[in-house]
Design a protein around this ligand. Structure first.
Ligand SMILES: NC(=O)c1ccc[n+]([C@@H]2O[C@H](COP(=O)([O-])OP(=O)(O)OC[C@H]3O[C@@H](n4cnc5c(N)ncnc54)[C@H](OP(=O)(O)O)[C@@H]3O)[C@@H](O)[C@H]2O)c1
Length: 241
């Protein structure tokens, strides 16, 4: 596996950007920062040894960043996107980039969330129609997107699993699953899925205790993607779940 040597970081001044820089320092990996204000500017001259681009910014930055990367001559660096709340236009830009390079989009980089999603898919598929599902997500007050990207992914997991297993004719329609979002103090991130049915209740909860869990996951993803062919990947591919 190629060594992760030099990361181009988009969103370096943010909460996650700072966390990624701390981890890179601990691991002896160099970081190049990508300017995002007043507009996206790639480093010039381009550092020849950039292994991967990691993004923790916001939706409006990504389209600009991808356009700038595509203006360059090949080789195109792999891209790891951690930003959540992506618009359809942004996803289209990312898909365009996947024709040239490997690209991973993750609403959550933690292993715990990948396992939670697998458990939720299993539960939604196996529990009978009579079970109702609800999702609660709690984050810090500064989080921009609501609901969280992870809650949205969990909702899609429940819908897909129920549709596959029960079809659209079940008593509990996939549309009836709701996300309840709370914004409180400095909470890093909590996701809870409640499945309640006749006489029993199943609660699956994940709590992120600090942001470094996401930074570690982003580095794991960045290391993994360096050896991949152009295409769109997810954390399930990285963890083999
Ligand atoms: N995938 C995961 O595991 C995971 C985990 C945690 C967070 N996230 C997501 O990662 C993203 C960043 O989170 P964060 O907490 O680090 O946010 P943050 O502290 O607000 O940082 C956002 C970064 O993006 C830049 N930025 C924001 N809006 C911009 C704009 N309109 N134009 C130019 N630059 C802009 C900011 O620059 P300034 O400093 O100049 O404002 C900053 O560097 C969010 O979408 C969050 O939901 C994902």
């Amino acid at each position: 596996m190629p060594k992760l040597e030099n990361i181009l970081l988009v969103g370096a001044s943010g909460r996650m950007g700072n966390c990624v820089q701390t981890l890179a320092q601990e691991r002896g990996i160099s970081i190049q920062k990508c300017t995002t204000r007043p507009c996206v500017q790639l480093p010039s001259p381009w550092p020849s040894d950039v292994s991967v681009v990691i993004d923790f910014s916001c939706d409006s930055v990504i389209g600009q960043m991808v356009a700038k990367l595509l203006e360059r001559r090949p080789p195109f660096p792999p891209l790891v996107v951690g930003t959540t709340g992506l618009s359809n236009d942004t996803m289209e830009s990312i898909k365009l980039y996947t024709q040239r390079a490997a690209c991973l989009v993750a609403s959550n980089f933690s292993l715990g969330i990948a396992i939670l999603r697998a458990c939720v898919r299993l539960a939604a598929a196996k529990l009978p129609d009579a079970f109702e599902a609800e999702i609660i997500e709690i984050h810090h007050r500064h989080k921009r997107d609501i609901p969280s990207g992870t809650a949205q992914s969990l909702l899609n997991d429940i819908r897909d699993a129920q549709m596959l297993s029960h079809g659209a004719s079940g008593e509990t329609t996939p549309e009836s699953v709701k996300i309840h979002s709370l914004r409180m103090a400095s909470v890093v991130g909590e996701h809870q899925v409640i499945l309640a049915g006749p006489g029993e209740q199943l609660r699956l909860v994940h709590q992120a205790e600090n942001r470094s869990v996401f930074a570690h996951g982003a580095f794991h993803a960045a290391q993994w993607i360096c050896g991949q062919n152009p295409g769109l990947y997810h954390m399930e591919d990285v963890f083999g779940i």
